[in-house]
Every structure is written in C-alpha cells, then in structure tokens.
Design a protein around this ligand. Sequence first.
Ligand code: ZN
Length: 349
Amino acid sequence: MSTLLVSCQHAPEKYTLADYQNVPKLDVHVHLETERPLFVDLAKEHNVRLVNVSLEYTKGWEDVFRKFAFGLNQHQAAPGWVDMVTAFAVSDWDDPAWESKTLAWLDSCFDAGAVGVKVWKNIGMVSRDTAGNLIQIDDPKFDPIFAHIKSRGKVLMGHLAEPKNCWLPLEEMTTNNDRRYYGRHPEYHMYLQPDMPSHEELIGRRDRVLEKNPDLKFVGAHMGSLEYDVDELAKRLDRFPNMAVDLAARMGQVFYQTAENREKVRNFFIQYQDRILYGTDLADNGERTREQLNQAMEDNWKRDWEFFVTSNTMESSLIDTSFQGLDLPREVVDKVFYQNAVKWFGLVD
Ligand SMILES: [Zn+2]
C-alpha cells in the first residue's frame, strides 16, 4: 500500500544524508548487557530498532541466562524497539540431559518472544568435549536442536569461524579494527595457533549444516565470515536460499573492497538486496556515558547511512584509504536497513 503511494507521488529514487533521522532503521546485532534504558532511548532518537543478541561466552549457561535476561528486560521495557535472539551453551555437552535441557530452555525463550537462536565462534574454536576434542557445528548432536528451531519458525544466527584476517599475521590484515582486536586477543588469533582448524575447515562445516538443513532460516553474522570477498559470499547465497547475512563489525571489509572495486561491491548489494541485514555489534555494558554511546551510534549508524545512500568520498579509521559511498536506490536501502530484518526474523512491523 505505502509502496504504491510512494511510487505515485514520484518520490526521489535516492535518500540523502538528511533523511537519516526520518527513515526507520533496524540494527539486528547489538549486545545490551545492562538494564539501564539509555542505549534504547538514544536508539529511538536515531530511529533505529534493535535485535539484542545473546551468546555463550566463557561461563557456559550462566552467560546465556544472564545475557538473555538483559535482552528480555530491554524488550519488555521497550516493546516494538527491542527484539531478542537467545542462545544455548555447550559447557555440559557430554551430559546425557544436554539435549532435553537445551530444547526446554529454547522453548522458554521462544515463549517469551525470542525470534532466533545464536551460535557463537566458541563452537569450532574454543569449546571442547570431555575427551578434549573441539565441538563442531556439523556434529549430528546439533541436528535435533536445529530441527526444533525450524519447527518453531525461528532463525538460527551463526557467528562461526572468524574473519579471514584472523588467520593472517597482524601486518597483513586488511582492516585496522581486526588488527586491534587480534592484537588484544591473541587467544582468538588463529595465525598464532597453527594446530587449530583453518578458516576453510570451519566454513566448510558451517556449509554442511546448511546443506543438511535446507529449510532452516539462517543469518550468517558478520557477513557469514566471508567478509573478505563479496564474490565468495555471493556463491554461498546462491547455494543456500535460506541464508542471509548481517554486516555487524565488518563494514571495514566492505569499505576495503569498495576502495578496490566500488562497482563490484555496489552490484553485490543490488543483486543480493533481499539477503543482507544491517547490523553493527554495538554494545552497552552500562559503563559509557550518554555522549560516548551517542558518539558510537553516530560513528556507526550515521557513517553507514552516508556510505549506503550517498556517493560521498569518505574516510574511516577502519581502513587506511578513502572510498566512495555506494549511492544505492532507496528500495535497496529500505530492505537492507529495515525490511529484510522484519521479514527474516518475523518481527512485528
Ligand atoms: Zn556480536
């Protein structure tokens, strides 16, 4: 209805920087780990709805319960502004009750309104069974969990593997943010751990899960860990029609490829306009000031709006070269910044 109205009024085909405030946007990848309303209050001012994402960090189920509780609290305080993706832990993987416990937990989250389930890079890279083997995402023990997520009409969100930079020495990494992150987190820097699985192995295991579960709606967090080349990502999107990706924390790689070949990146966003969900990985643990949080939002949401809607020449601390905005048609911008998330997660519009 509104589409018809817009086309009849000959609305301009492109947005401008000035439209930022007025156009509804949705960030599918934030981490709110606080009960204070500040982040959501600011997001409302930026006209950005949020999907809060839980995960198993280093403390197993305790992390999962705690992070989901924060999301639920924020959802209940601001319905219509915050939705939530839950998670489960594999810390008790070899416990015979693991499967039934996990299914019961997920059901309780779905009943509370969770729209999806996230699996994190601990699967494949950190968590081990009692025999000391890494737990891998294509283990048949996950099959009933994935089948259940699908039967409840929910989405599996997967941050599996890492950006390819993770397997490179710091000086060969393409983005400054990856260089900073792995400099600070040598435990996740796979270049330093040659006995750990390769990027290709982890992506291959993820792909096998999608092969086994063709009807499962899947969102590959962080550009499905194929952020280094939109052509590689395109191959997976062609192969798996129920796969979409979010852009969280990988705009540096988008900028890097845009600096090298803007037409290629622009064509990718146009061709896969129904499969790309905007996200950032912005977080609030309750410690930053209003000004700091607002600055982070400007630095991400507003920067990315400028990149997608204008053809401005831009600079970013994420990479060392300048690049030009993609100047995408407004229907593509609307899909990436809002409609795809609503559709993919089945959110109330
Ligand atoms: Zn994240």
